[in-house]
Design a protein around this ligand. Structure first.
Ligand code: HEM
Length: 310
């Protein structure tokens, strides 16, 4: 290599270092005003390398990088696909709408249920928008989704306890629920044979527990993430976890519970809107068709008859 080439090489190196230094300074200047280093800095969160900062770090990073998105994608595509196949092969259950109506849901029941339904109609798509935020281009759209997700959570948080209380008695498991599960509620057959179930069948009971208790877990873990900088000394002392680990744990719990809630919510909507024709009317009028109750909730029907309530 001649002297000229060496000088050129040195100049290139200096230029390269100059560019890197400029980029670093620009980043630092930008970050000084950002959420991480600016006034909104999360003061409770330990930096990397500090004692207690990284216990759940590797687990969280591994799950977040490799599993959460792909599982949500699988649920979003797989669950509706499975039901589309069910609809095409077995089809909807249709009951006479000309017969007697049985009043099952009070005005209060319906109001609470409708607010929960409305909140989920916002929570689920906006949750997916955040999960696939990068693919959707990020920015204002995803920030709006995040804010709507937060607002809809408030509506759900208001109704989740009344919903828990109003349906808890009908959602306790009984022996007949095992029988229901063994025949998958009769949904794998086209026949109209009386199915062992009370006011709610085993599938509905499972949804009830996931929607209410699981819903509460979602609210709490979501709130932890939303108010990142909260400082609950009792919680830290009880769990002996650092703030960053509490946030990682919240994110893991929110995602895993989210899998179950979203899969069950899609199932719930499929059942109410497609699998049982006209079933959705009950959440609006409070009435169910007599034949539907007689077949799909046979022990509830028997009980109503015995009590002379029909
Ligand atoms: C668009 C959304 C929704 C629709 C169309 C819908 C529809 C229905 C219908 C038709 C029923 C009566 C089923 C029957 O007894 O045969 C029902 C019951 C119920 N819904 Fe919903 N619902 C929706 C959202 C929700 C949400 C968001 C929750 C809770 C977070 C929820 C919780 C329940 C529970 C616990 C029951 C009683 C047990 C059961 O049927 O599974 N629903 N829903």
């Amino acid at each position: 290599m001649d002297g000229n080439a060496v000088m050129k090489g040195n100049a290139m190196k200096k230029y390269f270092y100059f560019i890197i230094a400029t980029l670093l300074m620009a980043t630092a200047a930008g970050a000084a005003d950002s959420q991480i280093w600016g006034e909104a800095r999360v003061t409770n969160i330990l930096g990397y390398g500090k004692e207690g900062s990284s216990h759940l770090g590797p687990l969280f990073t591994m799950l977040q990088a490799n599993y959460f998105k792909i599982i949500f994608f699988g649920i979003l595509i797989g669950v509706p696909l499975a039901f589309a196949v069910h609809y095409l092969i077995i089809g909807a259950k249709t009951f006479s709408h000309d017969g007697k109506k049985i009043y099952v849901f009070s005005v209060f029941n319906r109001f609470i249920h409708q607010v929960a339904a409305l909140s989920f109609i916002i929570l689920v798509p906006t949750g997916f928008m955040m999960i696939f935020g990068t693919e959707l281009g990020g920015g204002e759209l995803i920030r709006t989704a995040k804010n709507l997700h937060g607002l809809a959570t408030i509506a759900f948080a208001i109704v989740v306890i009344p919903m828990f209380l109003m349906w808890v008695k009908d959602s306790l498991f009984k022996f007949e629920d095992i029988k229901w599960m063994m025949i998958v509620g009769g949904y794998l057959s086209k026949k109209k044979k009386p199915i062992p179930a009370g006011k709610f069948n085993a599938g509905q009971k499972i949804w009830y527990w996931i929607a209410t208790l699981g819903g509460m877990v979602m609210i709490i873990s979501g709130a932890f993430m939303y108010f990142m900088d909260f400082d609950i000394a009792i919680l830290r002392n009880m769990t002996n976890m650092s703030q960053i680990d509490l946030l990682r744990l919240s994110a893991i719990v929110h995602n895993v519970m989210g899998f179950a809630i979203v899969a069950m919510f899609i199932t719930h909507v499929y059942m109410s809107v497609f699998a049982i024709k006209g079933s959705i009317h009950s959440m609006i009028t409070g009435n169910k068709e007599e034949e539907e109750v007689q077949i799909l909730h046979s022990s509830f029907y028997k009980k109503l008859k015995e009590q002379g309530k029909l």
